[in-house]
Design a protein around this ligand. Structure first.
Ligand code: ADP
Ligand code: ADP
Length: 235
C-alpha cells in the first residue's frame, strides 16, 4: 500500500530582503510504498531539505498536496503538527541533534517522554531496541563518550523508539567518515529488511546506492529515478 503521496507539490519562498522569490520545488509528484527504502539525491540547493520539511509538516507547500498514510497534511490543525510528527515519523539528522547533558538511554526515550508513555513501557522498548543498534552496553553513557558513528546510532534509536510509520533521514552520513557511514547505511538496510519504510535525502551517491530506489532532484524538480538493480555498484 502507499504510505506517502505527493501530488504536484510546489514551494516558493518569499524573503523579506530579497525581491526575487525562490522557487525551491516545482511540480513534484512522488509515491512511496510501505516497506520501501527511497533515497532522494541532489546537490546542495536542489530542494532536498525543503521537500523533507514539507513531508514532515514543518512547512506548507505553496500548492499541491501531501498525503501521509491517509492524512492530508494540509488538514492538520495549527498546533497539532508536532503531535502528528511524534506519532507517525522518526527523524535522523546530519548532526545527530543529541542532548549532551542526557545519558544515551534518556536521549533515546525522549520522544516517549514527550508522549507521556509509562516508564515500564519506555524501559521495555529501550531494552528491546538498543541491542539491535549495537547500543546495549552504551545506555548509561553520555553522547560525548561515544564515537560519531555510535552517536548517529543513538539518533537512529531515538527516531525508531516510537515505531514510526516512516523514517526520514536528512543527510544522515554527512558528518561521518566513510567507514562509519557505511556502517550506518548497513544499519538502514537491515532496518528496511525488517520492514521499516525509509526516506533519505543525500548528496552522496554511495549513500543513495543503498536504497531500493533513488530519485534525482535538480532545481526543485525530480528528473530521474533508478531502481537498485539499475545502479552501478562502484563503491
Ligand atoms: P538542499 O536541501 O537540496 O540544499 P534547500 O531545500 O535547502 O536545498 O534549498 C532549495 C532552494 O531554496 C535554495 O535555492 C535555497 O537557497 C532556497 N531556500 C531554502 N530554504 C529557504 C528559506 N527558508 N527561505 C528562502 N529560501 C530558501
Ligand atoms: P542543508 O544542508 O540541510 O541543505 P542549508 O544550509 O541549505 O541546509 O540550509 C540551512 C537552513 O537555512 C535550512 O533550514 C534552510 O531552510 C534555510 N535556508 C537555506 N537557504 C536559505 C535562504 N536563501 N534564505 C533563508 N533561509 C535559507
Amino acid at each position: 500500500s502507499t504510505i506517502l503521496e505527493l501530488t504536484n507539490v510546489a514551494k516558493t519562498y518569499h524573503t523579506r530582503f530579497n525581491a526575487n522569490a525562490v522557487q525551491a520545488l516545482t511540480d513534484v509528484s512522488l509515491s512511496v510504498e510501505t516497506g520501501e527504502y527511497v533515497a532522494i539525491m541532489g546537490e546542495s540547493g536542489s530542494g532536498k531539505s525543503t521537500l523533507l520539511n514539507l513531508i514532515a509538516a514543518l512547512d506548507k507547500p505553496t500548492s499541491g498536496s501531501i498525503n501521509l498514510n491517509g492524512t492530508e497534511l494540509s488538514t492538520i490543525p495549527e498546533g497539532k503538527s508536532a503531535k502528528f510528527r511524534r506519532e507517525h515519523l522518526g527523524f535522523v539528522f546530519q548532526d545527530f541533534n543529541l542532548l549532551d547533558t542526557f545519558k544515551v538511554q534518556d536521549n533515546i526515550v525522549l520522544p516517549l517522554v514527550l508522549s507521556k508513555t509509562p516508564v515500564p513501557e519506555m524501559e521495555k522498548r529501550v531494552k528491546d531496541l538498543a541491542p539491535k543498534l549495537g547500543l546495549g552496553d552504551k545506555l548509561a553513557k553520555f553522547p560525548y563518550e561515544l564515537s560519531g558513528g555510535q552517536q548517529q546510532r543513538v539518533a537512529a534509536a531515538r527516531a525508531l523508539i516510537t515505531n514510526p510509520e516512516l523514517l526520514l533521514a536528512d543527510e544522515p552520513t554527512g558528518a561521518l567518515d566513510s567507514r562509519t557511514a557505511d556502517e550506518l547505511l548497513q544499519l538502514f538496510a537491515q532496518l528496511n529488511g525488517d520492514g521499516q519504510t525509509i526516506l533519505m535525502v543525500t548528496h552522496s551517491a554511495v549513500a543513495a546506492s543503498h536504497a531500493g530506489r533513488v530519485l534525482f532532484i535538480r532545481d526543485g524538480r525530480i528528473f530521474h529515478q533508478l531502481y537498485r538493480g539499475d545502479l552501478t555498484q562502484d563503491e
